[in-house]
Design a binder for this molecule. Structure first.
Ligand code: C2E
Ligand code: CA
Ligand code: CA
Length: 470
């Protein structure tokens, strides 16, 4: 059921992504120009096997550049690097054999390739992040320090290799300098952002926004708490801009604690008002938080300190959290569940879900990912997936909520499939606390709200009734 490629799972901040994209574009362009130039030259000489390898590189550079343009950065890098490695090694071992007149130079391209892989795979699997640069640098050393090569009819003569070594050295070192500049900018921007984020946490610049959640009759049943950064210069900053950095730097731990504290505090405020006491509040929890040995004690401590009523606080976990140390995560969830804390499985359908999770974990709710909701009515298979998730939820006794509901058509399709819980812009975007409470008070449903869900035979409601306490 995996829907997101690693490209769409943001591995870093937006700035890092933009820099990787620029790096890919520079690398694709350099590869294209070099292979085109040498390809034409060797075509003129009639060295057709060499022309074929240059043509292959040209196509690879065009394809890689196009993928980078479309934002498929990981795919672009994974396409470009193996092809480049193959051609560089082929040329270095079969065409560019060192002689007294001219040293081998083709392997100099391995240096920019090492820098390229450091930046592009910085947030990736250690095998790629550390293994690739190590591989490129080892090959570079071997090719620099040895005369090794395969003699063939295509070994280039010194008359060609002497001027060629100048061209290759200049372009390889030029590319290396450009990539080093991009690497340095990337590192310094990330550390500036990290300092800012740390200061923001210390200065209390993070606040919760509340996105309403409704049942099938339009009643407000609670909210999802979504953190926002009140940045002194940039205004409200959305979590997509800082959560990935907070996760990489570990700052998600103090930030997650602030979010939980604000959520508990708010639930207690609401519990004092009979009109609001029945609302639940869902809080997003990151994998790193869940991995902390003291996580359970810290949540239980907060709940107890604030006096949060059981069942009102809900923790949202993504499938990725469950993939790591399933048994430990499951044990922690059971401990928290027995203290009355509910769990929702977020972005359901985008990860590698196993039915085991649903059966073995103390979940209360699954959240159908917004990507399935967005394509409802446009792609038949998405209706089938949503329908299947609803049946699955029902048979396992789990609530199913659809998120990202943006219009009446989606709501109607979801209702028709049996969905009874909704969240999305059609009802409201995430709101500041005062605006959320005003929204609840006004009790206005979307203007094109039509009939309640087919199974609910109540009258059409002009305004949503609030769930009362108890
Ligand atoms: P999420 O948990 O999947 O949250 C839903 C996101 O979808 C929110 O984005 C929300 O504003 C947006 N959204 C809601 N309704 C609609 C709709 O109808 N259409 C569309 N296109 N989008 C809709 P937001 O607030 O920018 O949050 C993004 C992500 O940041 C969240 O995704 C969550 O993964 C993370 N996040 C937010 N707050 C926290 C937090 O306190 N802790 C942690 N660890 N992560 C958080
Ligand atoms: Ca969520
Ligand atoms: Ca979600």
């Amino acid at each position: 059921m995996s829907r997101h490629s690693s490209d769409s799972l943001d591995p870093g901040s937006g700035l890092h992504q933009r820099r990787v994209r620029r790096m890919l574009q520079v690398s694709s362009l350099m590869t294209l120009l070099m292979s085109l130039g040498w390809g034409l030259f060797f075509a003129w000489r009639g060295d057709w096997p060499i022309v074929a390898s240059d043509a292959f590189l040209c196509l690879l550079a065009i394809h890689g550049g196009r993928l980078a343009q479309q934002g498929q950065l990981q795919r672009a890098a994974r396409t470009l690097l193996p092809g480049l490695l193959l051609v560089v090694l082929g040329h270095a071992l079969c065409l560019d054999l060192p002689t007294a007149a001219a040293p081998r130079t083709t392997h100099l391209y391995l240096l920019p390739m090492a820098i390229f892989s450091i930046v592009v795979f910085r947030h990736d699997d250690p095998r790629l992040r550390q293994g690739l640069p190590l591989l490129f640098l080892t090959l570079f050393v071997l090719l620099s320090a040895t005369q090794f090569g395969l003699s063939s009819a295509y070994v280039l003569p010194d008359s060609l290799r002497v001027p060629g070594s100048w061209i290759t050295s200049i372009t390889a070192i030029g590319t290396l300098l450009i990539l080093l500049h991009l690497l340095q900018s990337d590192l310094s921007e990330t550390s500036t952002q990290e300092v800012e984020l740390r200061d923001g946490i210390t200065l209390g610049q993070f606040e919760l926004f509340y996105q309403p959640q409704h049942d099938g009759k339009g009643r407000l049943i609670g909210a999802e708490a979504l953190v926002r950064w009140r940045h002194p210069e940039r205004g409200w900053v959305a979590p997509g801009e800082f959560i990935p950095l907070a996760e990489r730097t570990g700052l998600i731990l103090p930030l997650g604690q602030i979010v939980l504290e604000q959520a508990c505090h708010q639930l207690v405020q609401w519990s004092r008002d009979p009109g609001k006491a029945g609302w639940s509040l869902a809080v997003n929890v990151s994998a790193l938080q869940m991995q902390q040995a003291g996580f359970v004690a810290s949540v239980l401590g907060l709940v107890e300190y604030h006096g949060v009523a059981p069942g009102r606080l809900k923790l949202e976990l993504t499938e990725g959290v469950l993939l790591q140390e399933f048994d430990q995560v499951s044990a922690k969830m059971h401990q928290l569940r027995s203290a009355g804390i509910a769990f929702a499985l977020d972005d359901f359908g985008t990860g590698y879900s196993s039915l085991q999770y649903l059966r073995r974990l103390p979940l209360e709710q699954i959240k159908i990912d917004q990507s399935f909701v967005a394509d409802l009515g446009r792609q038949d298979c998405d209706s089938a997936i949503v329908g299947t998730v609803l049946v699955l939820g029902r048979s396992l006794g789990l609530q199913v909520i659809a998120e990202g509901v943006e219009n009446a058509e989606q709501w109607q399709l979801l209702s028709g499939l049996g969905c009874r819980l909704f969240q999305g812009y059609w009802f409201s975007a995430p709101l500041e606390l005062a605006a959320f409470e005003a929204y609840a008070e006004a009790g206005r449903l979307p203007s094109d709200w039509a009939q309640p869900a087919p199974e609910a035979h109540e009258q059409q409601q002009p305004a949503f009734a609030q769930v009362s306490a108890g």
